[in-house]
Design a protein around this ligand. Structure first.
Ligand SMILES: NC(=O)c1ccc[n+]([C@@H]2O[C@H](COP(=O)([O-])OP(=O)(O)OC[C@H]3O[C@@H](n4cnc5c(N)ncnc54)[C@H](OP(=O)(O)O)[C@@H]3O)[C@@H](O)[C@H]2O)c1
Length: 299
């Protein structure tokens, strides 16, 4: 496979930590754009990987950073915005997708891999609606695009199991909103592999891949399993929707916004796939049982 020059937006986070080394292994030259290089230095120690400060919301900066690249990958995404009117989601998802596709066209970068989410464009949450609108910007761009829609992603340092594990270590009882919401957690390594294969195979242009793991699980069961993995006996208390919504309302005012009303609205839709995008790319999905017990076992 020919090595490519790739620019990644949002590549310093959890998915980026799996994706960047995977692409570096294929020999690609990678530039990761970040808002704060000093806080994310570990990624730049990899061979052929540069970490560069850039305001990706500034069209001129974006165009300058994309010049000469073969492909762009957009991993920027937020689960919470500062206010609650949707403008933060619009900026991070829709406006960025629009300016990125424009910058790609202007600089001759014809290939774009766009991270999205299962159920993008559905339901009432600003998160999912803005994801759908971002996809529309990408699909109408005339670039050779590929869109990925994962369920929740698991792996070392994820925002799912690791976050609940932190809570469960301190809380003997965990009241849980939308405990019956369904997920099909997908391994970060498999997500990275899907991106790598899409870059290698031009036939993936114009395709949307739903990425899900082999098992569908309800949120409550996932949290109970996490408690067992960290060796804690815990009570997980499913909340009826009225109380769950109240919890989300309060959560918006807590440090780090552990849950918001927008998260609650997203959780009304099951995060399960209708098509097996990993299989379509020739990837056998890794079960969470093969990964998480070793990562969360008490030391
Ligand atoms: N993790 C999951 O379970 C999951 C599931 C479905 C979809 N996704 C999507 O996959 C992508 C990557 O997820 P992740 O878990 O790696 O997220 P993450 O750890 O939060 O990383 C996202 C990165 O995006 C950049 N970023 C965040 N907000 C930004 C903003 N307002 N403007 C510019 N850059 C911003 C940050 O980079 P800097 O701070 O370096 O600038 C950050 O490192 C996201 O689009 C996410 O929505 C994730």
């Amino acid at each position: 496979m020919k090595a490519q020059r790739i620019v990644i937006l949002g590549g310093t986070g959890f998915v980026g930590r799996h994706l960047v080394p995977r692409l570096a292994r294929d020999g690609h030259a990678i530039t990761v754009l970040t808002r704060n290089r000093d806080r994310k230095r570990e990624i730049s120690v990899l061979p052929r990987v540069r970490l560069v400060n850039a305001d990706v919301h500034d069209p001129a900066t974006l165009a300058r950073r994309l010049a000469g690249a073969d492909a762009a990958i957009n991993l920027v995404g937020i689960l919470n915005e500062r206010g609650s009117d949707g403008s933060g989601f619009r900026k991070a998802h829709v406006e960025l997708a629009a300016s990125l596709t424009t910058a790609c066209r202007e600089t001759g970068v014809s290939r774009l891999l766009q991270m999205s989410s299962l159920r993008a464009g559905e339901g009432e949450s600003h998160y999912l609606r803005s994801r759908g609108e971002a996809e529309e910007r990408v699909r109408s761009s005339a670039l050779a695009w590929t869109i990925f829609r994962p369920s929740v992603i698991f792996g070392d340092g994820d925002g799912l199991f690791f976050r609940f594990a932190d809570l469960l270590r301190i809380a003997p009882l965990l009241p849980l909103a939308r405990a019956h919401a369904k997920f099909a957690p997908v391994f970060a390594g498999d997500v990275a592999e899907a991106f790598a294969r899409a870059l290698a195979h031009p036939r993936t242009a114009g395709q949307i891949y739903e990425l899900a793991g082999p098992r569908t699980i309800e949120l409550g069961e996932l949290v109970r399993w996490t408690a067992r993995l960290i060796g804690k006996r815990r009570v997980v208390l499913p909340l009826p929707d009225a109380l769950g919504y109240a919890q989300a309302l309060v959560g918006e005012w807590l440090p780090g916004k552990p849950i918001s009303r927008d998260n609650f609205r997203s959780l009304k839709l099951d995060s399960v796939a209708r098509e097996d995008g990993l299989a379509a790319l020739g990837i056998v999905a890794t079960p969470m049982e093969a990964v998480m017990p070793a990562l969360l076992a008490p030391r």
